[in-house]
Design a protein around this ligand. Structure first.
Ligand code: NAG
Ligand code: NAG
Ligand code: NAG
Ligand code: NAG
Ligand code: NAG
Length: 488
């Protein structure tokens, strides 16, 4: 794994968090970094979402009584003013101290409206009505999205929001030419400022709505009825000129009975090194996250395996062990046997440069089944070390392990001392051929990741080291996406 190339956008975080946040006592075991490329992606998503949730946009009616040369005093009303299309050809995103600024420029919009007028002379009363279309050009829409952490939740606020319309052109269907001129002369400014005000208000409203979406997110994510993941924000948001970082607590807690885990050493999201600066996001997961999951898993699952048949379907029998443990065969000739591999404590997980290393302490009971009765005859304590790797596809994490180290010692025996070297090589073969494949079968199926409105990770690469797994990835649509769902 090439760890030389630092993930460009995470480097500033390292500097920031190790200087200004070194005192922080909060734990952030999972941290998310969003690169400029990721921010661009989020910005486009946000703009498309905003447009599709705002359009069609109804503007307030505009009424005026105006003096038209040669015609006289005319009461004119523009109603049903609707922006039905907005195009944003160019936009930028820039994180800064106050928040993330998004500017859309050169935007165009199409409006439709109904016009009507009435006026009276001393002889008769006249009125007419029709429709018109208006094209708005060169619109600039700018907004600074304030981001802050309020008691562990991300708060969004519209800090600075504005819309400026450069030019409008009006096309009337029907109507007299004086009317056209009248609308141009008397309504142009009104239309422009109505468009500007309405868009500014709507964008502000959208940010407030998005904020309430964030407020409604729970501070813990529940998996089944077994465990919750603490997603309380504990670090950031930290903004640099090209990136954004957020750290969450990230530890698993058991629901029933409630078990929370004490403080671990080593917090701070800090380092993460992706060897590909072109990725949108970097997610750093500390080994303590895996250890908290390991504790929950251990507490909620029976962690023992009974082995009584060999991979070739032959039952374990003392006859097969007569050269390994001669005394066993002598006392229980031709009896069935079973081995009970019992994991004694939650496997301890460490992340080293080569990958994930899990150490499990277990006892293996050697049982003899004599006339239906299970008789434990010896117990061996084992320290099993397995190395593992993980992979991430769009919506699942999967992995695999292999046995890397096995040490064992005799705990007690009713059949005298055992030739441990022989026993160890048999146990090692059994672990490799029976237990490891069972574990791998489950790990290969994988665990489903939560998705965000149909978006998931794509082209993820994983880097191990420094007690962390760093996932560098792009974000892509996992399934059909309905933009309105985010804001409505
Ligand atoms: C909307 O406006 C764009 C440019 O602003 C123009 O090219 C397009 O034809 C208009 N669409 C309709 C349906 O009027
Ligand atoms: C958790 O859910 C499973 C089935 O989904 C159920 O069998 C079990 O009793 C539940 N446990 C608790 C503690 O609610
Ligand atoms: C979740 O994390 C926050 C911040 O580290 C902590 O204050 C809170 O107690 C945690 N919640 C649970 C249920 O452990
Ligand atoms: C295996 O050993 C564990 C721990 O001693 C025990 O709780 C469990 O009942 C045993 N299982 C069988 C099937 O013997
Ligand atoms: C993922 O990689 C494939 C092949 O390298 C590429 O075609 C695709 O565009 C990438 N996806 C993203 C979201 O960058």
């Amino acid at each position: 794994m090439g760890r030389k190339g630092f993930f460009v956008f995470l480097v500033p975080f390292l500097l920031i968090s190790s200087t200004t946040h070194a005192e922080s006592v909060e734990d952030a075991y999972i941290s998310f970094g969003i690169s400029q490329k990721g921010l661009e992606f989020a910005k486009d998503l946000l703009i498309n979402t905003a447009i599709s949730s705002l359009i069609p946009l109804q503007l307030p009616n505009i009424e005026q009584t105006v003096q038209i040369p040669l015609v006289g005093k005319v009461h004119m009303v523009l109603s049903d003013i609707v922006i039905y299309q907005v195009n944003i050809p160019y936009s930028i995103v820039q994180p800064g101290e106050m928040g993330v600024t998004i500017v859309a420029s050169g935007a165009t919009a199409n409006l439709s409206l109904e016009w009507s007028y009435s006026y009276s002379t001393w002889l008769f009363e006249l009125s007419d009505s029709g429709v018109a279309s208006i094209q708005v050009d060169g619109m600039e829409i700018g907004m600074t999205l304030g981001l802050k952490n309020q008691q562990g939740t991300l708060r969004l606020s519209p800090e600075d929001c504005g819309c400026y319309v450069n030019y409008i052109s009006i096309k009337l269907d029907g109507g007299a030419s004086w009317l056209y001129q009248g609308i141009i002369d008397y309504f142009e400014d009104d239309i422009v400022s109505t468009v500007e005000d309405t868009i500014t208000n709507k964008v502000t409203e959208a940010v407030i709505k998005l904020d309430s979406v964030f407020q409604s997110l729970p501070k813990e994510m529940t998996f089944g009825n077994i465990t919750t993941l603490n997603v309380t924000i504990t670090e950031g948001p930290i903004m640099t000129t090209t990136s954004l970082l957020i750290g969450i607590n990230g530890l698993f807690t058991q629901i029933d009975p409630k078990v929370t885990f004490g403080h671990y050493h080593n917090n701070l999201p800090s380092t993460g090194s992706c060897n590909n600066a072109e990725k949108m996001v970097g997610i750093s997961v500390h080994e303590n996250v895996l250890n908290s999951a390991s504790i929950v898993y251990f507490n909620t699952n029976k962690m023992y395996w009974i082995v009584d048949t060999l991979p070739d379907q032959k039952m374990l029998n003392t006859a097969g062990w007569r050269f390994i443990i001669p005394k066993l065969y002598k006392e229980f000739p031709n009896d069935d046997m079973s081995l009970n591999f019992t994991v004694l404590s939650p496997p301890i997980i460490k992340i080293e440069n080569e990958g994930i290393v899990a150490t499990a302490y277990s006892d293996v009971f050697i049982n003899v089944v004599d006339a239906g009765e299970v008789i434990p005859v010896a117990c061996i304590s084992m320290e099993i070390e397995a190395s593992g790797f993980a992979g991430i596809s769009l919506s699942t994490v999967s992995g695999g392990i292999s046995l890397s180290k096995l040490t064992m010692s005799l705990k007690w025996s009713k059949i005298g001392t055992l030739h441990m070297l022989l026993v160890q090589s048999v146990m090692s073969r059994l672990l490799k051929s029976i237990i490891v494949p069972v574990v791998n079968l489950r790990l290969r199926v994988g665990y489903t990741l939560p998705d965000f409105h149909g978006y998931g990770l794509q082209n993820a690469s994983i880097i191990y080291g420094d007690s962390k797994i760093v996932v560098c990835s792009d974000v892509a649509r996992a399934y059909e996406y309905i933009p309105n769902r985010i804001l409505s």
